[in-house]
Design a protein around this ligand. Sequence first.
Ligand SMILES: Nc1nc2c(ncn2[C@@H]2O[C@H](COP(=O)(O)OP(=O)(O)O)[C@@H](O)[C@H]2O)c(=O)[nH]1
Ligand SMILES: [Mg+2]
Length: 210
Amino acid sequence: MSAPKAKINYYRTASFLIGANHLEQLPPDIGAEVAFAGRSNAGKSSALNAITDNGSLARTSKTPGRTQMINYFKIDDERRLADLPGYGFAKVPVAVKKHWEGVLEGYFADRQSLKGVILMMDIRHPMKPFDDMMLKWCQESGVAAHVLLTKADKLKSGATKSSVLKVRKALKELGLSATVQAFSAPKKDGVEQARNLLDKWLGFAEDLDE
Ligand SMILES: Nc1nc2c(ncn2[C@@H]2O[C@H](COP(=O)(O)OP(=O)(O)O)[C@@H](O)[C@H]2O)c(=O)[nH]1
Ligand SMILES: [Mg+2]
């Protein structure tokens, strides 16, 4: 018997491509991309860094609401990751909130290359209005959505499991078809599961007989 193939991390070579403030500034709508979304401080940058195995790719910050752009990371000529702005904190001016609501709604509705959205939620504070809105836009535009319940290391394993079940139930009750997993950036829990889904969405997944 041959040894099992080592999993390839296709995201290690991800590099910053462009920051966009408006839909007109997005890279050409070709190939495939996956967007990362989440309220400020949900752990989006930390998740991106863990998944790409690059501690300095996305800037992590204790100051919420600093990232006010769609930041693109290039995987290869056909594939990209998009880091969407979060604006979950009251500190963000209403005008900024309105601007990004318009941009993001347009993005979800029109972006042909968008294959899926990874939505980060702090496992201790899931399903805030921002999250409902993101998931609704995904559902309306037929874009697949997957939830990472971040900072799972802050809870005991029993509480983590029950949180995952609770969020799944809440989604079902809202008629949303998003999938859910627990995630911890420092412990790397759930990183491989998230990568496997990205592989599938971005067309890296091979048909292995497992
Ligand atoms: N314990 C723990 N802290 C995390 C985790 N992910 C993010 N954080 C912390 O939460 C804060 C916000 O994280 P960041 O990735 O910048 O969030 P973003 O605003 O969504 O990009 C930072 O202090 C991170 O170190 C995690 O999985 N576990
Ligand atoms: Mg961030």
